[in-house]
Design a protein around this ligand. Sequence first.
Ligand SMILES: C[S@@+](CC[C@H](N)C(=O)[O-])C[C@H]1O[C@@H](n2cnc3c(N)ncnc32)[C@H](O)[C@@H]1O
Length: 480
Amino acid sequence: MDSRKRKPPGSDGDAIHSATSDPGVNLATTASAPPRPTDHSPLEADGYFQNLYSSEPSFRQLAKKDPEFAPFLNEHGQLNFSDPSAVMQLTKTLLAKDFGLQIELPDDRLCPPVTNRHNYILWLKRLMDTTSYAPAGRKLCGLDVGTGASCIYPLLGATQRPWCFVATDIDAKSLGYAKRNVQLNGLESRIRVLDRKPEDALVPLGHVGVERIDFVMMNPPFYTSEDDMLSSAKDKARPPHSICTGAPVEMVCQGGEVAFVGRLLRESLVLRECVQWYTAMVGKATSLEALVEQLRGHKINNFAVTEFVQGSKTRRWALGWSFGPMRPAEDIARGIKASIWRKLLPPPSRVVMHALPVGQATSPLINRIIEVVGSLELVSWNWEGGKSKGVGRARENVWSRAWRRKKQRELAEGQFGGTGHVEGASEEECQLGFAITVEVGTHETTVSLHWVEGHDQAIFESFGGFLQGKLKDTGTTSQK
Ligand SMILES: C[S@@+](CC[C@H](N)C(=O)[O-])C[C@H]1O[C@@H](n2cnc3c(N)ncnc32)[C@H](O)[C@@H]1O
C-alpha cells in the first residue's frame, strides 16, 4: 500500500538470498535431460511433486507401467523387501516413472528409498522458499555431503527446481556410480561430483571456489560401529552389506550420526552465513534431541525440525539451522507432531491473533490493519490485496511508547530526520520482518502474524501484542 517504502532485500532478483555463487556449474544447460515434469515452471510442477506419495504407491499399478518391476511381485501383488534386487528395482521404477530419472547401482551399496529421500527435498524446497523475500522457486546452489552411489538428492533436487549441486563422497566406488548417474540424466552442467578424504572439511567452499552456498544437506552415516550395523541388518532379516543396509564405509562413522552432524555444526560456527541453511537427516529422535541441545548451547535460535513418515513403519527426522535472520514458515520449522518432542521445537513463528465469525465482512478488519501498520515508521510495508497479505520490515520496535517518546525528544532537539532513519543504522538493518495474513476459513476468518525475519523473539511478541490491541475492537476477538 505504502509505496514510499523500499522493497525487501532478496525480492525481484536481488542477490542477497538467491544463489550468489555458482560452483562451476552452468544452470542454463538442460537441453540433453530427458523429458520431466519440470519442463513446466518449477512452481506449476510443485503440486505434482507434493502429492506424489501422499498415498502409498500401488505395486500392481507400477507393475502394469513397468514390465521390469512386474516379476518381483508375488501373486498377491506384494514385494519381498528382504530381496535386495526387488528393492533396487522399486527404486529404479519409481525414479523413472515419477521423475524421469535413470540410475545404476552396484549391489553392495545403499539403495535409497525414494519416498523418504523425496520427503527431504519437499521440506528443503519449502525451507528455502519461506526464508527469502524473493518469489518461491528461485535458482539455488546446494551441497550434498555424502551423496552415495545413487547421487539421489542432487538428482531429485535438480529435477524439481533450477538448482545446482556439489555432491561429495569419500568412497571411490560410490563416486564412480554417482558421476555415471549424473551423466545418465544429462545433468553434468548442474551437478558436480567431488572426491573428498575422510579428514577433509565437510563444506569445502574454498575447494569449490565459491564464497557462499545456499544450503547444505546430508544423510550421514548412521551407525556407530560395524557390529551395530550388522545387528540391525539381522533384526530386519536382510543380508549383511546388501543394497538395503549399505556397506560399512557408507553407513558407519565413529560416534554415528550425532558425531557427523556435530562436525557440520562445528564447521558452521566458523562459516556462519556463508551457508544460508545447514540441514541433515537423522534416523533417531534421540539424535535429534542431542543435536537440538547442541544448537541451543551455541545460542542458535533460528532452526527447524521435522519428521518424515513413510507408511506406518519408518520414521526419520530432519534438522536445519541458520545464522541468517530469515525464519521458516511454522509448519517447516515445527514439523513434529508428537507431544513428547514438543521440547525440541523452535519458538512459534505464527500467531493467530484475531478471529471473526464466518460471514462477517472482512473489509473493516483489513482497512484497520492497513491503517495501523501503515502509520508506523517501517522500513517497508506492502499490502497485497489479492492475497490478503501484507509484508513489513521494522528497523526497531517503532510501535512502542518508548520509541515514540524517543522520537519526540529527538525531534525537539532537531536530531531526527523524520523518516524513521536512526543515526548509524544502514538501510538494510532490520530487527523484525513480518507478514500479516487474513484467511477466510469455513468457521471463521483469522488474522495471523508471521515472524519472517529477525533473531529477537521479544520484539516479535511485542509487535504481536501491539497489533492485537489495535485490532481488538474490530469484530470479535478470540485469542489463541
Ligand atoms: C548413509 S549414506 C547416504 C547416501 C545417500 N546420500 C543417500 O541418502 O542414500 C552416507 C554417505 O556419506 C559418505 N561419507 C562418509 N563420510 C564422508 C565424508 N567425510 N565426506 C563426504 N561423504 C562422506 C559415505 O561414503 C556414504 O556414501
